[in-house]
Design a protein around this ligand. Sequence first.
Ligand code: GLN
Length: 257
Amino acid sequence: MQTPAPAGRDGETRPIDVVSLYPRDMNIYGDSGNVLTVTRRLALYGYEPHVHEINQGDPWPGRVDMILGGGGQDTGQKKIIDDLFRRADDLRAFAADGVPMLMICGLYQLFGDYFETIDGTRLDGIGIIGAHTIGRDVRMIGNLVEHSAQFGDVIGYENHSGQTFLDDGVEPLGHVDHDGTGNNGEDHTEGARVNNVIGTYMHGSLLPKNPAISDFLIRAAAERRHGAFEPRQGDAQRDELARIDGVAARARKVAAS
Ligand code: GLN
């Protein structure tokens, strides 16, 4: 699946270690597509991606350059919460150190301060994102289009019953004008961005349709691990990126029109 990319002048490889967090219980609506997309783009930029699937009880790999987590049902969230708390200090340290992370829906909620589920159970979150979530009896389902100052039009699909409210001063990922409800259906915000950590309700998968967000994560990982983001590509890799970016741009245009 990885396209061989030109090696550097001295032939060195440039690894990037990507953690796929809880793929067994938190991977709903195709969120694993985010891992595939990052892997593919890293290879096309001339990096060597290594994906580590980390479920409950698994040790961290020796290096962590990026963490991608998906959504899940309330039941999935209850299955991983104890393990998430065991990792909370490490995750906070990674976030403070600039490790790029993308947390979708169920994990976005648990990266906040707490999630009160519809049955009244309170799941404490790990507090990386200043936000809290309250489950309600109406699900927010459908296509979601938002505008982000940094990433432009962002498109995806939402399906959640939790309403998320950001603390004062926490930057949303984007704003929803018409299509979709976003964080809570009340204040037009969607997702959150704290340092290099992005939380969002966007399934879809998100990253194949929104290459600017993939590249933000890749750039941050490459700069932190290798000092700079420096694509090393031949024509074939450049053409392939242009092709897949063109497909994504068409999808965004249709969704945003
Ligand atoms: N269980 C959460 C909710 O319904 C998250 C759902 C999801 O990840 N799609 O709000």
